[in-house]
Design a protein around this ligand. Structure first.
Ligand code: EPU
Length: 342
């Protein structure tokens, strides 16, 4: 049985990336059914082109046109698969919107995802960089991930312990990069749910609201309020959330930095290393609120780069390089970009 592939050519990607930068895709396919992927693989004209998988485009910086085939993931569906004594297992298609899923789980009485409210992006993208916020990472709630393998032409399911999840990292950024296309994610939402309000800013917000025993909905509401206050809405100002990862450094380096900069913000990691707040480092270098043409650093969070209107991906990348160089020369710390660079 042959599958029809409605591939379009020379498509503007401006509406498909939350930075809102202009770039043209040589070819573009809305993936509305998983059977399209083996058909792409077998296609004589398009099967051998470079591929770019796009969800909501909220973690990507396009610095040039894309000469290959964009696969825009539009697979839909949320289903409760099963329940056992430990958890409820929910299978969600890659093209679902992450925040809408969080709201769906809350409306159905399932806790677990509330700290991850309002993160822009699709469900299929969430495991790739192991999205995280306010003390929770998506790995904490993942049971397994199902993907199509362009190398073998087969669909496979990886249990969580084979996904190599780490801070903003997974196997999908390494050995499975350019190879696996995530089809759906199965979440395990624990029946013995407990609130996680250890992140200082979240705890303060709940205190200000005089909430002592928060429900999952209370936490979601608090996270949404914090994010609205501190992070720009991509529908209004182009951005891709945090532009840099918080760098991990050895304890000796953090101690030396703390000697010279007593205000340094750092978090101890289980392995003895420290995570530094990159936003603080960039802020200290005086970048907060600055602009370079239409590319800029957000006024309320120095870790977020913004497109103030009409910036090119190249201009935003250049600004990022200038920030990195400054942080390196002032603190001796290497910043690594969080979004995918194309
Ligand atoms: N800070 C400053 N100046 C700034 C920004 C931050 O001094 O301009 C300081 C803050 O005062 C705070 C510390 O840096 O003491 C950390 O700031 P914040 O709580 O805003 O969090 P973050 O480390 O900058 C990370 C994630 C965010 C996530 C928040 C909350 C990364 C790269 N970023 O930001 O995730 O929402 O924690 O958990 O890990 C994203 O990945 O796109 C993202 C937004």
């Amino acid at each position: 049985m042959s599958v029809y592939l409605p591939i379009q050519q020379n498509i503007s990607l401006r509406g498909y990336n939350t930075f809102g930068v202009e770039a043209t895709a040589h070819a573009f396919l809305s993936v509305t059914d998983s059977s399209m992927l083996p058909a792409v693989r077998d296609d004589a004209a398009f099967g051998s082109l470079p591929r770019l998988v796009l969800g909501c485009g909220s973690n990507i910086l396009l610095t040039s046109d894309f000469p290959g085939l964009v696969l825009h993931m539009e697979l839909r569906g949320i289903a409760i698969e099963r329940q056992d004594t430990r958890a409820t297992y929910i299978r969600v298609a890659a093209g679902e919107n992450w925040h809408q899923l969080v709201l769906w789980t809350l409306a159905h009485g399932f806790g677990g995802l509330e700290n991850l409210s309002l993160i822009p992006g699709s469900v299929g993208a969430a495991p790739i960089q192991n999205i995280g916020a306010y003390g929770v990472e998506v790995k904490d709630c993942i049971e397994s991930v199902t993907a199509f393998d362009f190398e073998t032409g087969k669909v496979f399911t990886l249990p969580k312990n084979e996904c190599a999840f780490a801070y903003r990292d997974s196997v999908f950024k390494h050995s499975l990069h350019n190879r696996a296309v995530i089809l759906d994610v199965t979440l395990a939402l624990r029946r013995d749910w407990q609130p996680n309000a250890r992140y200082a800013e979240l705890a303060e917000e709940l205190l200000a609201r005089e909430i002592k025993a928060p429900t999952a909905k209370d936490i979601s509401d608090a996270v949404i309020a914090i994010r609205h206050r501190k992070l720009p809405d991509p529908a209004v100002v182009g951005n891709a959330g945090s532009f840099f990862k918080n760098p991990l450094v050895p304890a000796a380096q953090r101690d030396a930095l703390l000697q010279r900069h007593p205000q340094l913000v750092s978090y101890a990691q289980p392995d003895g290393s420290y995570k530094l707040a990159a936003g603080w480092l960039i802020d200290q270098c005086g970048w907060k609120g600055r602009s370079a043409g239409a590319a800029g650093v957000y006024e309320k969070q120095a870790l977020v780069l913004v497109n103030r209107g009409g910036a090119s991906g190249h201009q935003i990348w250049q600004l990022a390089q200038d920030i990195r160089a400054d942080v390196m020369s002032r603190f001796g710390v290497q910043l690594e970009a969080e979004p995918v660079l194309v």
